[in-house]
Unconditional design. Structure first.
Length: 488
């Protein structure tokens, strides 16, 4: 029913899928890079007395040899629906021409693993799923997904909108503007759950939550504090705040209690904040020998081998007669179950990591062999997902915040995902255009530097059909100033 003011109630039926504790645990572990995984295991060992770790049998690096010849570089990253990268067992050669015979014995385990991977939901997925609640065009959907992918681990947006607009244009071939990004940020992303997501500062994050979660005088007091006395709040000058806002002791206490219920890191629901971690530890080690054979190892550093305490089985056989003994037995079974679930989730994480890295190696084999970034092939999350049989969100979780050490340096996995451009009608990565542009500028006469219009013509001579505005953005991306500033 709609009243005279045009307001009304609309009943909407939605269907949600509840994740099991095992699925949630797998999602969280998969998202963690090595250093954070080590901390997570240490915490689990500390919290669960029936889980034990043997440092004398450390995981070290685990993986397999990936045998391929340098001259065999015809793989184009596509999948015919049958050929997929299966888990690479330790110390077993994996050949590009694998006939898939190793898959037969693992069908049931693989089916179970895929069920978990396909239904598991990361924080990214949680936000993308909410896009269906808004009437967005295909263009707006694409922009929104990039905005969501640009959020920091704590759920805040710290990248300027102008930079995001440039990145969308350069890497995704999507034209937008800071004004459109501002509109979508405020009217869509910041309206999503959890409240505070997409805020550009802690202050904006708390203001959004106060407006969303409180009403009346409680909301007005919080907004008054955050908008007028932010400096006093951040420095915890509660006596001054009490005086300025004319609050008695009880009102001040209630205000503080409400503030404590706010979440300064709304993105931490399904993952920790790693923004303070500046040490890069590779999660994978990829090496190429003199025969052109690629070997990949999953770096598990000094992670201990986990197992259930041998005393657990004996404790489970103890009689439980009294109420307290039955409660103790119930708690014991729960702890042992949690330990087994944790060990199983780690094994599934290892399998998922290996599959994803193998697929990246197969698609980007020329780069791993030569180290020339212009040899990178256009690659999307969908390409790796098709090759591995995994869900796109699973590939995204593995690729995020993970690094690989190669013969040519250490790279984030995200670096290998590149969009396609065209050269003489053939698909190439945008990095090839950037490389060509840099070569042209490096070779120019510094007394008569080339204008952007001239750069467009020279790129077209090399087969790259790009607009002047695009060239200007690529030039900016490379840190090359405009022509008048390059003149000597």
């Amino acid at each position: 029913m709609i009243n005279k003011q045009g307001q009304g109630t609309i009943q909407v039926q939605t269907q949600t899928q509840q994740l099991t504790p095992q699925q949630v645990l797998l999602v969280r572990l998969t998202e963690l890079p090595l250093n954070d995984l080590r901390e997570r295991i240490d915490k689990e060992l500390e919290d669960n007395p029936w889980l034990q770790g043997d440092l004398s049998e450390q995981s070290g690096t685990e993986g397999s040899d990936y045998e391929t010849k340098a001259e065999d570089s015809t793989y184009d990253g596509t999948s015919d629906g049958d050929e997929r990268v299966e888990p690479a067992p330790t110390s077993v050669l994996f050949d590009d021409e694998d006939d898939g015979s190793q898959r037969d014995s693992n069908d049931k385990a693989e089916e179970h693993r895929r069920e978990l991977a396909d239904t598991a939901e990361s924080f990214f997925d949680h936000l993308v799923d909410q896009l269906g609640e808004y009437q967005l065009t295909d263009h707006e959907q694409e922009v929104m997904k990039y905005l969501i992918g640009s959020l920091a681990d704590d759920g805040l947006l710290r990248i300027p909108l102008m930079q995001i607009a440039d990145e969308l244009d350069i890497y995704q071939n999507v034209t937008t503007s800071p004004e459109e990004l501002e509109r979508l940020l405020v009217t869509v992303l910041q309206q999503m759950e959890p409240a505070g997501i997409g805020a550009r500062s802690l202050q904006e994050c708390l203001v959004i939550q106060a407006r969303r979660n409180y009403q009346g005088e409680a909301r007005d007091q919080m907004l008054h504090l955050f908008l007028r006395y932010w400096d006093d709040f951040t420095h915890q000058r509660w006596s001054r705040i009490q005086q300025l806002m004319k609050l008695d002791d009880l009102a001040l206490e209630h205000l503080q209690q409400r503030i404590q219920r706010l979440n300064p890191r709304p993105g931490g629901s399904l993952g920790g904040d790693h923004s303070d971690n500046h040490v890069v530890t590779p999660d994978f080690i990829v090496e190429v020998d003199e025969n052109g054979q690629i070997q990949m190892n999953l770096n598990e550093g000094d992670l201990p081998r986990l197992s259930i305490s041998p005393d657990a089985e004996q404790e489970l056989q103890m009689p439980a007669v009294t109420v307290s003994e039955r409660e103790a037995m119930k708690y014991l079974r729960m702890q042992i179950g949690n330990a087994k679930m944790f060990i199983d989730a780690l094994a599934q994480r290892r399998d998922t990591m290996l599959r994803t890295m193998w697929a990246i190696i197969r698609i980007q084999r020329p780069f791993f062999l030569e180290g020339d970034e212009t040899l990178l092939r256009p690659m999307k999350l969908e390409d790796v997902a098709d090759l591995t049989g995994q869900d796109i969100s699973t590939v995204s979780r593995v690729s995020n915040s993970k690094f690989v050490q190669t013969n040519h340096g250490i790279y984030p996995l995200r670096w290998f995902f590149t969009t396609a451009a065209r050269q003489n009608g053939d698909e190439v990565t945008i990095r090839k255009i950037l490389q060509a542009l840099k070569e042209i500028v490096d070779a120019e006469d510094h007394h008569h530097p080339l204008s952007d219009e001239r750069l467009v013509m020279m790129l077209r001579e090399r087969g790259y059909d790009v607009a002047r505005r695009t060239v200007a953005k690529y030039r900016t991306q490379l840190g090359i100033p405009e022509s008048r500033l390059r003149r000597i």
